[in-house]
Write a protein that binds this ligand. Structure first.
Ligand code: ZN
Ligand code: ZN
Length: 279
């Protein structure tokens, strides 16, 4: 089953204006049988988005319009490509109740979803770890060091895996090594410790019967150039028999299916091919 299970839409306030039908058509053109729209679920009302434009997620008053748009495109392309209604849901420490309330409200109509960590509580403030190099630097300062920021991220992902978010909690963990996004500017302090931290997280994922988002967005990021998770971590997950589900994390239709060959080479166990320049 060829699926792109992490796709954004024009409802994302920090994405492109590409219409949902353009994503569907791009998917069909590339031979995908299935795609999941995973718009950023609204952040809890009582949570203040730490990014400058406060545009990390779908505004709460747009949820119904988003659902309607996905349901329409789903109908329009049925028989050509299976389209799932989904959300990328943020795990935010201390906001578990609010997150569970959202999931309980919409869970019965959600086909597929992802649980991601983008916000970390360091000191007494939340920081967005993937917005900008400056933001990541501030996170490292608040946490104490690059190493401490990494540990904090992995600890928080661990909490997301074990958190009680109710019956509709997503079963797929988003971009589990997102903390590597600016790795050429803020080098990973210890590759060995990183893999050890991930080893523990993967055991939790396995225990819960969850799966991983194999997210190729990192390959497109100037300071990252590796997928989330990177090759060694992805191989470790495969060794533990954790399902890896391909996701482009496209915020523009041209990125749907991006670097799918990288996923194929991982899954088929063939040696890593040089990254292609084509999009
Ligand atoms: Zn996004
Ligand atoms: Zn994300």
């Amino acid at each position: 089953m060829k699926i792109d299970a992490h796709v954004h839409t024009p409802f994302c306030p920090h994405g492109s204006r590409d219409r949902l039908s353009r994503y569907a058509e791009r998917g069909i053109q590339l031979g995908f049988e299935e795609l999941t729209f995973t718009e950023h679920a609204p952040l809890p009302e009582t949570f203040s988005d730490p990014v400058p434009n406060k545009d990390s997620a779908l505004p709460a008053d747009q949820v119904e319009a988003y659902i309607k748009a996905v349901q329409e495109v789903k109908k329009e392309y049925s028989g050509e490509i299976k389209i799932n209604l989904g959300f990328e849901v943020d795990y935010i420490e201390g906001f578990e109740k609010e997150t569970a309330a959202f999931l309980n409200q919409y869970g019965s109509i959600i086909d597929d979803s992802i649980l991601s960590v983008h916000f970390l509580l360091a000191g007494n403030a939340f920081h967005c770890l993937d917005f900008s190099p400056e933001g990541f630097k501030n996170l490292c300062l608040a946490a104490g060091s690059i190493s401490a920021a990494h540990s904090l991220y992995y600890r928080t992902v661990g909490k997301s895996i074990t958190a009680d978010l109710g019956d509709f909690k997503p079963k797929r963990i988003g971009h589990i090594t997102l903390v590597h996004k600016f790795q050429s500017l803020f080098p990973v302090p210890s590759a060995e410790k990183d893999l050890n931290d991930l080893d523990r997280l993967l055991d939790l994922v396995k225990e819960k019967g969850y799966e991983l988002d194999y997210n190729t967005a990192g390959l497109r990021k100037e300071y990252c150039k590796t997928p989330y998770p990177y090759r060694e971590a992805a191989e470790l997950a495969l060794k533990k028999k954790i399902p890896l589900v391909y996701g482009s994390d496209a915020h523009a239709s041209a990125d749907l299916g991006a670097d799918y060959h990288n996923y194929v080479s991982l899954i088929s166990g063939s040696p890593q091919m040089p990254e292609s320049k084509e999009k």
